[in-house]
Design a protein. Structure first.
Length: 100
């Protein structure tokens, strides 16, 4: 049973590709820059998670739900960062194993 939602048009993948932003050379980021930005974001989430934990411990928490969400985001971002690191290390080891 398919219901159409009023005000929402059906999009195809070609429509999405056509509407995508064109990227200037000045807006392109290198892999290193993207990695640095991601690490900064993970660090910020970790700091917010630590603040939430300390607020819970001291009883200064205003909204327990928001504190739990901040801690969860910090944990998930750290796990993701560790997986990216592991994949990068495995790729590096694989490159080292290739024979010239």
């Amino acid at each position: 049973m398919e219901k159409n939602i009023q005000g929402v048009n059906q999009l195809s993948s070609s429509d999405i590709l056509k509407s995508g932003k064109s990227v200037d050379k000045s807006e392109e980021s290198s892999f290193g820059e993207v990695l640095k930005e991601s690490l900064k974001e993970v660090d910020d989430l970790q700091k917010k998670g630590e603040e939430a934990m300390s607020d819970i411990a001291t009883g200064q928490v205003k909204d327990l739900h928001q504190a739990a969400l901040a801690i969860g985001k910090a944990e998930t971002s750290m796990k993701l960062m560790l997986e990216v690191r592991n994949k990068a290390i495995n790729a590096y080891k694989e490159i080292l194993r290739t024979q010239i």
